[in-house]
Design a protein around this ligand. Sequence first.
Ligand code: SF4
Length: 400
Amino acid sequence: MRAPLANLPIDRLHDPALVRIAGKLATGERLDRADALSCYQTGDLIGLGLLADAANRALHGDVVTFAANQHINPTNVCVLRTTCKFCGYARLPKEQGAYRYTMAQVLEEAAHAADGLTKEFHIVGGLDMQAGLAYYEEMFRALKANFPHVHIKALTAVEIAHIARIEKMSWTDVLIALKAAGLDTLPGGGAETFSAAVREQIAGKKLGGADYIGVHRAAHQLGIRSNCTMLYGHVETLEDRVEHLMMLRDLQDETGGFLAFIPLAYHPDDNELGATLGRRGTATGGTDDLRMLATGRLFLDNFLHIKSHWIMVSQALSQVSLHFGVNDLEGTVVREKIYHAVGAHTPQGMTLEQVLTLIRGAGKVPAERDSFYKVLRTFGDVRPPAPALFATHARESLQG
Ligand code: SF4
């Protein structure tokens, strides 16, 4: 629970609902569903940002963290290829473009981590019948043997449940085996929106919301920390979003095992759902992205970290979000594939200098963290203006 917040800018709020919420923040009273809905609905976006910024500053001051991480997607073969309608990444086993890395290919891609900067592998992929427990055990052991300094954050709750199903094991036993092989934490993907009605429409056969929570609970009980997400901007209602946040907050009350909440913006290109909805380009707007992040900061009072995923919402929006309750940015990434398969226009990775420039451009102090959010070093010396970052990216995009 959050401590009472002092010096809230109540005289700058234009929406009575935000004044009510500020009153609760000032006394440490927990926000309820109606408050979360008001955050999503308010016309006073700046007021919402002021409150989220106050809540964030009370925890983190001006420090914004990031991890030097690398995404690895070892297989895009997925049994749910035809039922997850928002996905443009998955392929059927014999479909053109289908791939499954050998261990040699995993190590070849991971070789980037020999730069000494990368400290986390973020490993997710499809639900591949040929990628069972042994495949991932071998992978994690090989990665730990070759890159012992790199943390392994791998396999969404959906992938853990898939491995459990094909191996006829419990979630807990799969997690125990993977932990022994080198798994350190779980990423938060696969949550989508928990509402059963929404899931039926966008991902009818995917692990349900209660089971997503169940896998994370099992992980937390084993001492495996995790992140959590929400895919938004498709067919969900604002009430669906609130219920989703409530389920995350409840589990966090129970276990304290979540490290961060990461809203994920839906992208409509090159997937069936986007075609059905008749959408192209960016589905979410900047104001909706900011509301998602700010509401997460205010409602999830038992979460320390709210992360902006710059690959999905753009570097520019992520930079602005640092004034709307966000204290953590997706990191260097190196080569992102999943969101670029559905039309993300951002680069596939950023250099350390680009991440620093983005954070400094927001007037914040960059700090590199480890996967448990422990600050490893801060870069608080210089704060150059931001424009150079975007000029650099524009040049890179033009060069293809
Ligand atoms: S979203 Fe995940 S589970 Fe669904 S089809 Fe894509 S890779 Fe498979």
